[in-house]
Ligand binder design. Structure first.
Ligand SMILES: Nc1ncnc2c1ncn2[C@@H]1O[C@H](COP(=O)(O)OP(=O)(O)OP(=O)(O)O)[C@@H](O)[C@H]1O
Length: 652
C-alpha cells in the first residue's frame, strides 16, 4: 500500500489548532494521557486474551516503555497493548467521536464569540482531550502500531497541520509506539521543560501515573567511577556509563493502602489518572469490608456531570478487580441505574478472574456487595445533606436529575427506591428566600390547615410566578414547589405522597383547600355556576373538542381565565415532555376555568344573551380559550385566524 494522505475531520482540525496554539499551561499532562491510553490498550489485550490466548504471541509481560532521545529530540511511549488496525487508526486518531470533545469545541467557540470570561485553560481542564494533547509539546507525532493477531503494521504521521499520512510498515511486537518529535521549547538543557530528561520524566510518572497497573519502564544511563579490587571508586579515572532499566511507577494500588495513610491529593491524582478525568472528584468513598464477603471499594462522585450522562454512549459502571488484578471495566451490575454517575472500583478475592459478564450478573457476592455500596453512598448523601448543605446543593445541581429519574423509574421497577430517595430530593419553591427545600422542610413549614403539597411546573421561576393559578395560593401564603426540570413532575407523580400528604398540581383539578374562607368561596362559586349553567354549557359547546370541560373558577383573582388539566391525566408540561420524546399521544385534558369576578364575565353574559349562535359569542369563547392557552405557553392551532379576530374586536 502506498503512502496515503488524509485530511483530518473539520472538528479535529479545530482541536489541533487549539492544542498547537495552546493556552493551557499545564502541558506536561500529555504524558499522563499517552500513558493512560497505553494502559487501556494493555487492559484490552489482557481481556481479549482470556478467550483467545494466541493473541498474546507468547508475550504476556505487559509493559509500557518511555524512550527519550536527546539527540533526535524525540520522546517515544511504547506499549505491548492491543494495537490498532489501519481503519482503527483513522477512526480513533483522525476523527473525534467523543461527544465530550465535541461539546468542548462548542463551548470553546461560544466562549470566543461571547468574549466569555471562561478561559480556554479552564475548559481544557474540564474536558480533557486525550491523544491530541501531545500536540501541545510536539511538532510532529508518529504512531507505529500493529494490532494483536494481525501481521501488517501501520505508520501514522502528522505535523498537526490539517492532514496526516498512513503507510504500511514493519513492527515486530504487537502494540503501539507513539513518537513525539518535540517542539523547540521542550527539549535541551536550556528548555524550561525538557521532556528528554529522564529524571524529569520519572518525576512526571510518579506524579501522574504511579498507580498505573502495568510497569512503566525507562532506561537510565548511569555514570559511575570505575572501582578497584576492594570495590572503592578509582579517583581521577574516567567515568563509565552503563544502562539500567528501571520501573518508574510503584503500581501499588492506592485502595490497598490504609485510609489513614492516604492523602487527599493521592486520591485526586489516582482518580484523574484512572478515569481520564481532569477535575478533582467531589467526593471520595473508600471502604474495606471484612466478613462473609471481603472487598475493598473506592468510589468517586465526579465534580461535574458528564455531558453524555443521560445518553446511550455514556458507559456507567465500576471497575472490578480480584486481588489487585484487573477483571473488567464498566460493570453495570453493582450499582442501581440512578447512581450511574458514580465512578470507581471494587476489588474482591471473591470475584473470579475470568468470569463472564453473564455469570457475573447472577453472582450472589456481587449482589451483596452492590447493596452495601448503594447503602454506603446513600448514607454519605444523607450525611452531606444534613451537615454540609452547600456541598449537597452542588451535588444536587450536578446529579439531582439522576436521583429524580431513579424515583420515576421505581414506578415501573416497583422496588423501594422511592423510600431510599425521597428524603434526598430538593426543589425550588415559591419561597425564593429560603432556597431549595427538601420535602421534609416543606412539610415543616406548612400551616396546619394545609393538607396537600402543592406544586407547579414551568420552564423557569418567572413562568410559574405569572401563572394565574398562583394568584390564590400567593394570596393565601401557601408555599408551592416549583418544578423546573422536565423530569420533576414525573418524579412527583411516582411519589404520589410524602408523609401522608398528597401532591397536588396547582394546574390540575380542584385545589382542595379547606380553610373556612376557601369553603365559603367554593360555595359562592357553586352558586354562580348554578346561575350560569346555560352560559357554561354553551361555551363548552362552542369550544367543542378543544376542551374537556368549562368551569367557574374559585382560584383566579385578577386573571380572566386559566386552563387546568384534569386531575387524572397528564399535565401540560408532561404533555410537552411526551411530545418532545416523540410521543404526542399523551394529551392533557383541558379544562377552561373562568373568573366570575372579572369584568369580562359580565360582558360574556351580555353577549350570550343574544343567543349562543351569534358570531360574537363564538369569537369570545375562542379568544378566551386562546388566552388561557397562551398563558400556559402553548400556541393556538390557527394563530392568523385568532389575530384577525382580535383585530376586528379591537376595531369595534
Ligand atoms: N496506545 C494506544 N493503543 C491502542 N489504541 C490507542 C492508543 N492510544 C490511543 N488509542 C485509541 O485512540 C482513541 C483515542 O484516544 P484519545 O486519547 O484521543 O481518547 P480516549 O483515550 O478515548 O479518551 P480520553 O483520553 O479523553 O479519556 C482511544 O480511544 C483508543 O481507541
Amino acid at each position: 500500500m502506498p503512502r496515503e494522505t488524509h485530511e483530518f475531520q473539520a472538528e479535529t482540525k479545530q482541536l489541533l489548532d487549539l492544542m498547537i496554539h495552546s493556552i493551557y499551561t499545564n502541558r506536561e499532562i500529555f504524558l499522563r494521557e499517552l500513558v493512560s491510553n497505553a494502559s487501556d490498550a494493555i487492559d484490552k489485550i489482557h481481556f481479549e486474551s482470556l478467550t483467545n490466548k494466541d493473541l498474546l504471541e507468547n508475550d504476556d509481560s505487559y509493559e509500557i516503555f518511555l524512550i527519550p532521545d536527546a539527540d533526535t529530540h524525540t520522546l517515544s511511549i511504547s506499549d505491548n497493548g492491543i494495537g490498532m488496525t489501519r481503519d482503527e487508526l483513522i477512526e480513533n486518531i483522525g476523527t473525534i467521536a467523543k461527544s465530550g470533545t465535541k461539546a468542548f469545541l462548542q463551548r470553546m467557540m461560544d466562549a470566543k464569540k461571547d468574549d466569555d470570561a471562561i478561559s480556554g485553560k479552564e475548559l481544557i481542564g474540564q474536558f480533557g482531550v486525550g491523544f491530541y494533547s501531545a500536540f501541545m509539546v510536539a511538532e510532529k507525532i508518529t504512531v507505529i502500531t500493529r494490532k494483536a493477531g494481525e501481521k501488517q503494521a501501520f505508520k501514522w504521521e502528522s505535523a498537526g497541520d490539517g492532514s496526516y499520512t498512513i503507510e504500511e510498515c514493519d513492527k515486530e511486537k504487537r502494540g503501539t509506539t507513539i513518537t513525539l518529535t518535540l517542539s523547540a521549547d521542550f527539549y535541551g538543557d536550556k528548555a524550561e521543560e525538557n521532556f528528554t530528561d529522564t529524571y524529569k520524566l520519572e518525576g512526571l510518572i510518579k506524579k501522574y501515573s504511579d498507580y498505573v497497573r502495568y510497569p512503566i519502564k525507562m532506561n537510565f544511563v548511569i555514570e559511575e567511577a570505575p572501582k578497584d579490587d576492594e570495590g572503592k571508586d578509582i579517583e581521577g579515572a574516567e567515568k563509565i556509563k552503563r544502562d539500567e532499566i528501571r520501573t518508574l511507577n510503584s503500581m501499588q494500588p492506592l485502595w490497598s493502602k490504609n485510609k489513614s495513610d492516604i492523602k487527599a491529593e493521592e486520591y485526586n491524582e489516582f482518580y484523574k489518572n484512572l478515569f481520564h478525568e481532569w477535575e478533582e472528584p467531589m467526593e471520595v468513598l473508600h471502604n474495606k469490608a471484612e466478613g462473609t464477603i471481603e472487598y475493598t471499594s473506592l468510589l468517586f462522585f465526579p465534580a461535574h456531570a458528564p455531558f453524555n450522562l443521560y445518553h446511550t454512549d455514556y458507559q456507567p459502571g465500576l471497575q472490578l478487580y480480584s486481588r489487585h488484578v484487573f477483571i473488567m471495566d464498566n460493570c453495570k451490575d453493582l450499582l442501581p441505574e440512578y447512581l450511574r454517575f458514580v465512578k470507581g472500583l471494587v476489588d474482591s478475592p471473591d470475584f473470579s478472574l475470568n468470569i463472564s459478564r453473564e455469570l457475573l450478573q447472577q453472582s450472589r457476592e456481587l449482589k451483596i456487595i452492590g447493596r452495601n455500596l448503594e447503602n454506603s453512598i446513600l448514607k454519605t448523601l444523607q450525611r452531606m445533606l444534613k451537615n454540609n448543605r452547600e456541598k449537597y446543593e452542588k451535588f444536587w445541581a450536578e446529579f439531582g436529575k439522576s436521583l429524580k429519574i431513579g424515583v420515576y423509574g421505581s414506578m415501573y421497577s416497583g422496588n423501594d427506591t422511592i423510600n431510599k430517595l425521597k428524603d434526598l430530593l430538593l426543589f425550588a419553591t415559591s419561597n425564593e428566600d429560603k432556597g431549595l427545600a427538601s420535602l421534609k422542610e416543606y412539610i415543616e413549614r406548612m400551616p396546619e390547615s394545609q393538607k396537600k403539597i402543592y406544586y407547579a411546573a414551568g420552564k423557569d421561576r418567572k413562568a410559574i410566578d405569572s401563572l394565574p393559578q398562583m394568584e390564590l395560593l400567593r394570596e393565601k401564603n401557601i408555599e408551592v414547589l416549583y418544578l423546573l426540570d422536565n423530569v420533576d413532575e414525573f418524579a412527583i407523580e411516582a411519589l404520589r405522597e410524602y408523609e401522608g400528604k398528597q401532591f397536588h398540581s396547582i394546574s390540575r383539578g380542584d385545589l382542595g383547600l379547606d380553610d373556612v374562607e376557601s369553603q365559603q368561596t367554593k360555595k359562592e362559586t357553586e352558586d354562580i355556576a348554578k346561575n350560569n349553567e346555560g352560559l357554561i354549557k354553551d361555551i363548552k359547546e362552542s369550544l367543542g373538542e378543544k376542551v374537556a370541560d368549562v368551569k367557574i373558577s374559585n382560584r383566579l383573582k385578577s386573571s380572566a381565565v386559566c386552563l387546568v388539566a384534569d386531575e387524572q391525566g397528564p399535565s401540560f408540561t408532561m404533555e410537552q415532555a411526551f411530545a418532545d420524546a416523540n410521543n404526542p399521544m399523551f394529551k392533557a385534558k383541558r379544562i377552561l376555568e373562568i373568573n366570575p369576578h372579572h369584568e369580562l364575565f359580565g360582558r360574556l353574559q351580555s353577549v350570550h344573551e343574544q343567543g349562543k349562535d351569534n358570531a360574537q359569542f363564538k369569537d369570545y369563547c375562542e379568544l378566551l380559550y386562546t388566552q388561557a392557552l397562551l398563558i400556559e405557553g402553548m400556541l393556538p392551532e390557527n394563530p392568523a385566524e385568532i389575530a384577525n379576530k382580535i383585530a376586528s374586536l379591537m376595531s369595534k
